[in-house]
Design a protein around this ligand. Structure first.
Ligand code: NAP
Length: 351
């Protein structure tokens, strides 16, 4: 039997990393090691090392035995108030562990780096659509650029290669990760229903009708494995989205139907402000419907939802490069939302 590949998944408790580890668990040819500070919230065959990756000394002492890594999947992320402030701390999350394991791991073959549509400046305002991997960078700083440039430099003259994958709005199973559009919409709908309100889109009318896209976490995991193990993907970046483009105005009535609610007219509200006092109501809903007791603040991150519902420009990445290189998976985004709401209901997270 061929020797197993050994994956180091950085960001094991994140929405991307957690789903990646569970994907590799389901594959026979991978041994998996996960890194994060917290313990994972899911069952897994992987080995987990709790480490603060922002601390180079801790990386040296806790990762100094990892000489057998063949593939690194980097899905670490640390938030900061401004885009510029995110640069150095996020570069450190990649560089600190890489500086330890790269010289040790003689059989390192590939490092797959998570980026996103923010590589095109989707967070700055309108950007070229559809966005292509060959588009010029926006004005830095951008921690994705710093991380990619680090890998380009570190891999020079070495036998390993790198790739970047660029998803948008990753949607998938995760616990305790409130920056998740599916659970934000589900909690907003549940609370609206409890208050006898229709399901109103709470953001900008322009966003309601703008083009949007998403990436299902399972599809992203398959794309990451593909990019990391397909020789033609070496040293390349790839957009990875479900493959279709949607508008909230078309999906919203279907969401209302799922939650057995009327669709209300739009009403723009300040979500962080208006949802701040709803934790006691959420706790009552949990009790009334005998739900799994998830804390309100673990279910929805309102500034994140506010950001998504008020981006007044099209979000559109081109999937041609991914398809040309051979990754052909696709997912119906509207159905993905409905399936994931149903999964939350089946797991008694929402009524
Ligand atoms: N989620 C999306 O919709 C989306 C969309 C496009 C692109 N992306 C990109 O995908 C990447 C991963 O994002 P994500 O959403 O999966 O992030 P996430 O859910 O916030 O997870 C971040 C991970 O990083 C770990 N981490 C943070 N600081 C750490 C530290 N000091 N030491 C060790 N581990 C640390 C966290 O673990 P602990 O807290 O347990 O330490 C967690 O496992 C990011 O580059 C993000 O920009 C995400």
């Amino acid at each position: 039997m061929a020797e197993k590949r050994v994956a180091l998944v950085i960001g094991a408790t994140g929405i991307v990393g957690g789903n990646m580890i569970r994907h590799l668990d389901s594959r026979e040819d991978w041994q998996v090691i996960g890194l994060s500070r917290r313990q994972p919230y899911y069952e897994s065959d992987a080995t987990f090392i709790s480490v603060d990756l922002s601390d180079p000394e801790e990386c040296r002492s806790k990762l100094g035995e990892l000489a057998h890594i063949t593939h690194v999947f980097f899905a670490g992320y640390t938030d900061r108030p401004t885009w510029a402030e995110q640069d150095a701390p996020n570069l450190a999350l990649l560089a600190n562990p890489m500086d330890v394991i790269e010289p040790l791991s003689q059989n390192l073959q590939h490092v797959c780096l998570l980026q996103g549509t923010k590589a095109y400046g989707s967070q700055l305002g309108p950007f070229k659509s559809p966005a292509k991997e060959s588009d010029p960078r926006h004005m830095p700083p951008n921690f994705y650029f710093s991380q990619q440039d680090y890998l380009i430099r570190a891999s020079e003259g070495k036998s390993w290669s790198w790739s970047c994958v660029r998803p948008h709005a990753v949607c998938g199973y995760a616990v305790g990760i409130p920056m998740n559009l599916v659970s934000c919409i589900a909690v907003y709908a549940t609370i609206s229903k409890e208050l006898g309100l229709p399901l109103r889109f709470p953001g900008s009318p322009i966003t309601y009708s703008a083009l949007y896209m998403a990436t299902e976490a399972g599809l992203l995991s398959r794309a990451m494995e593909w990019a990391a193990t397909t020789p033609a993907c070496a040293d390349q970046a790839f957009n990875v989205i479900n493959g279709d483009y949607v508008r909230f105005e078309n999906m919203w009535p279907k969401f209302a139907e799922f939650f057995d609610m009327e669709t209300g007219p739009l009403q723009r509200i300040d979500l962080p402000l208006m949802m701040a006092d709803k934790a006691p109501l959420w706790d009552e809903i949990v009790k009334k419907h005998d739900l799994v007791p998830n804390a309100y603040e673990d279910m929805a991150h309102w500034p994140f939802a506010q950001y998504i519902f008020n981006n007044e420009w099209d979000m559109m990445s081109d999937m041609t490069k991914c398809r040309t290189f051979g990754f052909l998976d696709f997912i119906d985004t509207e159905q993905m939302f409905l399936d994931q709401f149903a999964e939350l209901r089946a797991n008694r997270v929402i009524p």
